[in-house]
Design a protein around this ligand. Sequence first.
Ligand SMILES: Cc1cc2nc3c(=O)[nH]c(=O)nc-3n(C[C@H](O)[C@H](O)[C@H](O)COP(=O)(O)O)c2cc1C
Length: 373
Amino acid sequence: MSRVMESLFQPLQVGRLTIPNRIAMSPMTREFSPGGVPGADVAEYYRKRAAGGVGLIVTEGAAIDHPLAVDGTAIPHLYGEAALAGWRGVVAAVHAAGGTIVPQLWHQGVLRDASRSALPQEVGNRPSGLWGKPGVTTYTADYVAKMAPPTRPMTDSEIADIIAAYGRSARFSLAAGFDGIAIHGAHGYLIDTFFWPDTNRRTDRWGGDARARAESGVEVVREIRRAVGDGVPIIFRFSQHKQQDYKARFAATPQELGITLGALADAGVDMFDASARKFDFPTFPEAAAPDNTRPLAAWARHLTGKPSMAVGGIGLDNDPREGLEQLARAFEQGMFDMIAVGRTLLADPAWANRARAGEAWQPFEPSCAERLL
Ligand SMILES: Cc1cc2nc3c(=O)[nH]c(=O)nc-3n(C[C@H](O)[C@H](O)[C@H](O)COP(=O)(O)O)c2cc1C
C-alpha cells in the first residue's frame, strides 16, 4: 500500500460521526429517481461505492422541501413518505457495506430551469432577480439567452420559507437514518448567489458586504443545527467558480473568504467541502507567498480551523501514480483532512480499494457521466 493511501485510510471524527477513512464520494446529480423517489437501483449505485472503499458518500444534490427547489422531475426529494422510504433503503445499503452517508440539500435558485420542471410558470428564486454575468461556461448561448433576463428579487418571506424548508429536510433526513447533512452552497445555486456580489445587489440584511452576503447561508446552517441538534455533522460545500462563469470568484481576497467561512463556522458548520475544478489549484495566485499557492480546501482549514475536504481531478490523470504522489504531498502537509472523488468513482466504484492495493483502475471517459450507474 502506498504511503498516501495508508494515511487516507485513517478514520476521521466529525461531530459524533466516525468516518472510516478520508475518501468521500463527491455529490453527483443523476436524475434517476422518477417522481423524486430513489429506488433500489439508487441504493445499489451507492452501495457499490461504499463496498469499494469510500468512507463517506455525499449523495447527489436532492431537493429540499420547497416547490421551486429543483427543475428535473427525476431529481430525488428529501421530503414526502415515498422518497424518504426510498432513502431509508439507500442508507441501509451503504451502512451494510461499511460506509457512512449524508444527503446533499439542494436549492437550485437562479439555475433552476423552469421549463424542465413540474411548475414551468414559476421562475427560479433569485436574490436580486439576476442570473449572473455569463463568462467561461459550458452552457450554450441559447440556454444563457433563455435564463439571463432579469426577474424580480426574492421577498423576505420567500427567503424565510426556504430557510425553514432546509430545516425540515434536514430533520427528515435524520429520521431516514442519514449520518449528517451536507449543504450545497456552491456553483452558482441559491446560497452561492447570495455570496456572489454579481447576483446579490441587495441593500437589506441579506446583501452588502461579505458578512451580509453570508447571512442567508448562516441562517440556513443555524436552522439545520436547530433541526438536527448538537453532534450531527454539518458539511458545507462552497466554491469560487460558478456554472455561469468558471472564472468568477465570490471572495476577492483571503480576508473576504475568511469573513464568509468564519461566519458559517460560527453558525455550526463542522467541515468545509471546498469545491474546485482541480484540488491543488491556487485560489489567490496573485497574493504574496506563501498565500499564492494555497488551494481552496487549505484556505478553509487555515481560515476556520475546521476540517476540510479537497476535490477536483483526483484519479483522472493519465498517469495515476503521479497524480497520487501530488495528492500525497498536499495531504501530508496537512492542507486538508479528506478528499472527495467524483468522476473517477463513476468510472470505477472500487477506485478507493484499488488505489489502496496499488492496482490499476478503470479510467474515466465522458460516457461514464451519461450512464451514471
Ligand atoms: C455528472 C456530474 C454531476 C455533478 N453533480 C453535482 C451535484 O449534484 N452537486 C455538487 O455539489 N456537485 C456536483 N458535481 C461536481 C462534483 O461533485 C465534483 O466536485 C466535480 O466533478 C470535480 O470532481 P472530480 O474531478 O473528481 O469529478 C457533479 C459533477 C459531475 C461530473
